[in-house]
Design a protein around this ligand. Sequence first.
Ligand SMILES: [Zn+2]
Length: 268
Amino acid sequence: MPELPEVETIKTDLEKIILGKKIKVAEIKAAKIIKEPSAEEFAGKIKEEIIKKIIRRGKYLIFEFLSGKYLVIHLKMTGQLIYGDKNKQSKISFLLGNGQYLNFCDWRLFGEIRLIDDLEKFKGISKLGIEPLDIKFTIRMFYEMIKKKRSKIKSLLMDQSFIAGIGNIYAQESLFKAKIHPAKIALNLSKNESDKLFFSIKEVLTEAIKYRGSSINTYLDLEGRKGSMGERLRIYGRKGKPCFRCKSIVVGMKIAGRGTAFCPNCQK
Ligand SMILES: [Zn+2]
Protein backbone atom coordinates (compact mmCIF):
# COMPACT_ATOMS: atom_id res chain seq x y z
CA MET A 1 0.00 0.00 0.00
CA PRO A 2 1.32 3.44 -0.84
CA GLU A 3 2.45 5.22 2.32
CA LEU A 4 3.35 8.84 3.08
CA PRO A 5 6.38 9.08 0.71
CA GLU A 6 4.49 7.63 -2.27
CA VAL A 7 1.46 9.88 -1.75
CA GLU A 8 3.75 12.89 -1.20
CA THR A 9 5.52 12.12 -4.51
CA ILE A 10 2.19 12.07 -6.36
CA LYS A 11 1.14 15.28 -4.61
CA THR A 12 4.30 17.16 -5.60
CA ASP A 13 4.00 15.99 -9.21
CA LEU A 14 0.30 16.90 -9.35
CA GLU A 15 1.06 20.41 -8.12
CA LYS A 16 3.29 21.00 -11.13
CA ILE A 17 0.63 19.83 -13.59
CA ILE A 18 -2.94 20.38 -12.53
CA LEU A 19 -3.24 23.41 -10.28
CA GLY A 20 -5.78 25.81 -11.80
CA LYS A 21 -7.15 23.16 -14.16
CA LYS A 22 -10.83 22.43 -14.49
CA ILE A 23 -12.43 19.00 -14.26
CA LYS A 24 -14.73 18.78 -17.27
CA VAL A 25 -16.22 15.40 -16.57
CA ALA A 26 -15.67 12.26 -14.50
CA GLU A 27 -16.20 8.98 -16.37
CA ILE A 28 -17.00 6.31 -13.80
CA LYS A 29 -16.45 2.65 -14.68
CA ALA A 30 -16.33 1.35 -11.10
CA ALA A 31 -18.97 3.08 -8.97
CA LYS A 32 -17.75 1.07 -5.95
CA ILE A 33 -14.76 3.40 -5.59
CA ILE A 34 -16.99 6.46 -5.14
CA LYS A 35 -17.92 6.39 -1.46
CA GLU A 36 -19.58 9.78 -1.13
CA PRO A 37 -22.00 10.98 -2.54
CA SER A 38 -23.60 8.43 -4.92
CA ALA A 39 -21.74 7.88 -8.21
CA GLU A 40 -24.43 9.77 -10.20
CA GLU A 41 -24.41 12.69 -7.80
CA PHE A 42 -20.61 12.68 -7.80
CA ALA A 43 -20.45 12.85 -11.59
CA GLY A 44 -22.93 15.74 -11.60
CA LYS A 45 -21.28 17.73 -8.84
CA ILE A 46 -17.65 17.48 -9.93
CA LYS A 47 -18.22 19.04 -13.37
CA GLU A 48 -16.55 22.43 -13.81
CA GLU A 49 -14.73 22.28 -10.47
CA ILE A 50 -11.38 24.10 -10.58
CA ILE A 51 -8.39 22.68 -8.67
CA LYS A 52 -7.02 25.30 -6.29
CA LYS A 53 -4.71 23.33 -4.04
CA ILE A 54 -3.37 19.79 -3.51
CA ILE A 55 -2.93 18.59 0.06
CA ARG A 56 -1.56 15.35 1.51
CA ARG A 57 -2.75 14.29 4.94
CA GLY A 58 -1.50 10.88 6.10
CA LYS A 59 -2.04 8.58 3.11
CA TYR A 60 -4.87 10.75 1.76
CA LEU A 61 -4.52 12.93 -1.29
CA ILE A 62 -6.89 15.90 -1.24
CA PHE A 63 -7.84 18.28 -4.05
CA GLU A 64 -9.21 21.54 -2.76
CA PHE A 65 -11.48 23.19 -5.31
CA LEU A 66 -12.10 26.89 -5.82
CA SER A 67 -15.72 26.26 -4.76
CA GLY A 68 -14.54 25.13 -1.30
CA LYS A 69 -15.37 21.47 -1.93
CA TYR A 70 -12.79 18.70 -1.55
CA LEU A 71 -12.01 15.61 -3.59
CA VAL A 72 -10.49 13.10 -1.16
CA ILE A 73 -8.59 10.14 -2.62
CA HIS A 74 -7.18 7.11 -0.83
CA LEU A 75 -5.21 4.72 -3.06
CA LYS A 76 -5.50 1.83 -0.55
CA MET A 77 -3.82 -1.37 -1.85
CA THR A 78 -3.48 -0.98 -5.59
CA GLY A 79 -4.77 2.47 -6.54
CA GLN A 80 -2.75 4.51 -9.01
CA LEU A 81 -3.20 8.01 -10.40
CA ILE A 82 -1.83 8.28 -13.92
CA TYR A 83 -1.84 11.51 -15.92
CA GLY A 84 -1.96 11.76 -19.69
CA ASP A 85 -4.08 10.01 -22.30
CA LYS A 86 -7.14 8.09 -21.27
CA ASN A 87 -5.94 4.82 -19.75
CA LYS A 88 -7.73 1.58 -20.67
CA GLN A 89 -7.35 0.26 -17.12
CA SER A 90 -8.82 3.40 -15.60
CA LYS A 91 -11.76 2.93 -13.22
CA ILE A 92 -12.48 6.65 -12.86
CA SER A 93 -11.22 9.03 -15.56
CA PHE A 94 -11.21 12.75 -14.92
CA LEU A 95 -11.14 14.74 -18.17
CA LEU A 96 -9.36 18.02 -17.52
CA GLY A 97 -9.80 21.37 -19.22
CA ASN A 98 -6.58 20.88 -21.21
CA GLY A 99 -7.90 17.69 -22.82
CA GLN A 100 -5.68 15.43 -20.71
CA TYR A 101 -6.94 12.79 -18.29
CA LEU A 102 -6.24 12.01 -14.69
CA ASN A 103 -6.83 8.26 -14.55
CA PHE A 104 -7.59 6.43 -11.33
CA CYS A 105 -6.52 2.83 -11.96
CA ASP A 106 -7.15 0.18 -9.32
CA TRP A 107 -7.38 -3.50 -10.22
CA ARG A 108 -8.45 -4.63 -6.76
CA LEU A 109 -11.01 -1.83 -6.36
CA PHE A 110 -10.15 -1.07 -2.73
CA GLY A 111 -9.47 2.60 -3.51
CA GLU A 112 -11.79 5.27 -2.13
CA ILE A 113 -12.86 8.59 -3.60
CA ARG A 114 -15.10 11.16 -1.93
CA LEU A 115 -16.41 14.58 -2.82
CA ILE A 116 -17.11 16.43 0.41
CA ASP A 117 -17.91 19.94 1.65
CA ASP A 118 -16.14 19.80 4.98
CA LEU A 119 -12.84 17.99 5.53
CA GLU A 120 -13.16 17.97 9.31
CA LYS A 121 -16.51 16.20 9.16
CA PHE A 122 -14.87 13.23 7.44
CA LYS A 123 -13.62 10.94 10.21
CA GLY A 124 -10.92 9.38 8.00
CA ILE A 125 -9.20 12.78 8.10
CA SER A 126 -10.31 14.27 11.42
CA LYS A 127 -9.12 11.22 13.38
CA LEU A 128 -5.60 11.25 11.90
CA GLY A 129 -2.65 11.68 14.23
CA ILE A 130 0.26 14.07 13.77
CA GLU A 131 2.23 14.35 10.53
CA PRO A 132 5.69 12.87 11.19
CA LEU A 133 7.47 15.40 8.96
CA ASP A 134 5.64 18.38 10.40
CA ILE A 135 7.81 20.82 12.33
CA LYS A 136 5.21 20.63 15.13
CA PHE A 137 6.13 16.98 15.68
CA THR A 138 8.93 17.21 18.23
CA ILE A 139 11.26 14.77 19.96
CA ARG A 140 9.76 15.58 23.35
CA MET A 141 6.20 15.16 22.06
CA PHE A 142 7.06 11.74 20.62
CA TYR A 143 8.36 10.48 23.95
CA GLU A 144 5.28 11.84 25.75
CA MET A 145 3.10 10.07 23.18
CA ILE A 146 4.74 6.64 23.35
CA LYS A 147 5.21 6.43 27.10
CA LYS A 148 1.42 6.23 27.54
CA LYS A 149 1.00 3.32 25.11
CA ARG A 150 0.94 -0.37 25.93
CA SER A 151 0.85 -1.60 22.34
CA LYS A 152 3.75 -3.04 20.36
CA ILE A 153 5.83 -0.22 18.93
CA LYS A 154 5.38 -1.38 15.34
CA SER A 155 1.58 -1.53 15.64
CA LEU A 156 1.65 1.93 17.16
CA LEU A 157 3.72 3.39 14.32
CA MET A 158 1.17 2.00 11.86
CA ASP A 159 -1.80 3.34 13.83
CA GLN A 160 -3.02 6.27 11.70
CA SER A 161 -4.63 7.97 14.69
CA PHE A 162 -1.24 7.99 16.44
CA ILE A 163 1.02 9.12 13.58
CA ALA A 164 -0.34 9.64 10.07
CA GLY A 165 1.14 8.12 6.93
CA ILE A 166 3.39 5.28 8.13
CA GLY A 167 2.53 1.75 6.99
CA ASN A 168 4.12 -1.68 6.98
CA ILE A 169 7.23 -0.79 4.97
CA TYR A 170 8.39 2.40 6.68
CA ALA A 171 7.50 1.18 10.19
CA GLN A 172 9.91 -1.74 9.67
CA GLU A 173 12.60 0.47 8.14
CA SER A 174 12.40 3.03 10.97
CA LEU A 175 12.65 0.33 13.66
CA PHE A 176 15.65 -1.30 11.95
CA LYS A 177 17.41 2.05 11.66
CA ALA A 178 16.76 2.78 15.35
CA LYS A 179 17.78 -0.81 16.35
CA ILE A 180 14.48 -1.43 18.14
CA HIS A 181 12.62 -4.76 18.23
CA PRO A 182 9.24 -4.33 16.47
CA ALA A 183 7.32 -6.18 19.22
CA LYS A 184 8.76 -4.07 22.07
CA ILE A 185 6.00 -2.48 24.15
CA ALA A 186 5.96 1.26 23.43
CA LEU A 187 6.07 2.45 27.03
CA ASN A 188 9.18 0.32 27.66
CA LEU A 189 11.26 2.33 25.21
CA SER A 190 13.94 4.38 26.95
CA LYS A 191 14.24 8.10 26.22
CA ASN A 192 17.32 7.31 24.18
CA GLU A 193 15.48 4.68 22.11
CA SER A 194 12.52 7.00 21.64
CA ASP A 195 14.85 9.77 20.41
CA LYS A 196 16.61 7.41 18.02
CA LEU A 197 13.29 6.22 16.65
CA PHE A 198 12.07 9.79 16.25
CA PHE A 199 15.06 10.68 14.05
CA SER A 200 14.88 7.34 12.20
CA ILE A 201 11.25 7.95 11.21
CA LYS A 202 12.08 11.41 9.87
CA GLU A 203 15.19 10.17 8.03
CA VAL A 204 13.53 7.11 6.49
CA LEU A 205 10.52 9.08 5.25
CA THR A 206 12.68 11.92 3.93
CA GLU A 207 14.94 9.47 2.07
CA ALA A 208 11.91 7.68 0.62
CA ILE A 209 10.47 10.96 -0.68
CA LYS A 210 13.86 11.84 -2.19
CA TYR A 211 13.85 8.51 -4.08
CA ARG A 212 10.19 8.93 -5.09
CA GLY A 213 8.83 6.06 -3.02
CA SER A 214 9.01 2.25 -3.16
CA SER A 215 7.36 0.30 -5.98
CA ILE A 216 7.13 -2.95 -4.04
CA ASN A 217 3.73 -3.95 -5.32
CA THR A 218 1.94 -1.75 -7.76
CA TYR A 219 2.86 1.79 -6.83
CA LEU A 220 3.62 4.04 -9.80
CA ASP A 221 3.96 7.80 -9.97
CA LEU A 222 1.83 10.21 -11.99
CA GLU A 223 3.67 9.38 -15.20
CA GLY A 224 3.54 5.63 -14.60
CA ARG A 225 7.14 5.35 -13.43
CA LYS A 226 8.39 3.28 -10.49
CA GLY A 227 10.02 4.84 -7.44
CA SER A 228 13.58 3.80 -6.59
CA MET A 229 13.32 3.59 -2.80
CA GLY A 230 12.57 -0.16 -3.07
CA GLU A 231 16.26 -0.84 -3.82
CA ARG A 232 17.27 1.13 -0.75
CA LEU A 233 15.11 -0.68 1.82
CA ARG A 234 17.26 -2.19 4.58
CA ILE A 235 14.93 -4.68 6.26
CA TYR A 236 11.53 -4.89 4.53
CA GLY A 237 11.15 -8.18 2.63
CA ARG A 238 14.60 -9.46 3.74
CA LYS A 239 13.49 -12.40 5.94
CA GLY A 240 16.03 -15.23 5.59
CA LYS A 241 18.73 -12.94 4.17
CA PRO A 242 21.79 -11.60 6.03
CA CYS A 243 21.35 -8.35 7.93
CA PHE A 244 23.04 -5.43 6.14
CA ARG A 245 24.51 -4.30 9.45
CA CYS A 246 25.73 -7.47 11.23
CA LYS A 247 25.18 -10.37 8.75
CA SER A 248 22.88 -12.26 11.15
CA ILE A 249 19.93 -13.89 9.40
CA VAL A 250 16.88 -11.62 9.31
CA VAL A 251 13.81 -13.26 10.83
CA GLY A 252 10.11 -12.61 10.48
CA MET A 253 7.11 -12.45 12.76
CA LYS A 254 3.49 -11.37 12.49
CA ILE A 255 2.55 -8.19 14.27
CA ALA A 256 -1.09 -7.11 14.10
CA GLY A 257 -1.51 -9.58 11.25
CA ARG A 258 1.28 -8.10 9.13
CA GLY A 259 4.54 -9.79 8.21
CA THR A 260 7.43 -8.04 9.90
CA ALA A 261 11.14 -8.59 9.22
CA PHE A 262 13.78 -7.73 11.80
CA CYS A 263 17.33 -8.58 12.81
CA PRO A 264 17.33 -10.55 16.08
CA ASN A 265 20.89 -9.38 16.75
CA CYS A 266 20.60 -5.65 16.00
CA GLN A 267 17.06 -5.00 17.13
CA LYS A 268 16.50 -5.44 20.86
ZN1 LIG B 1 21.77 -7.12 12.34
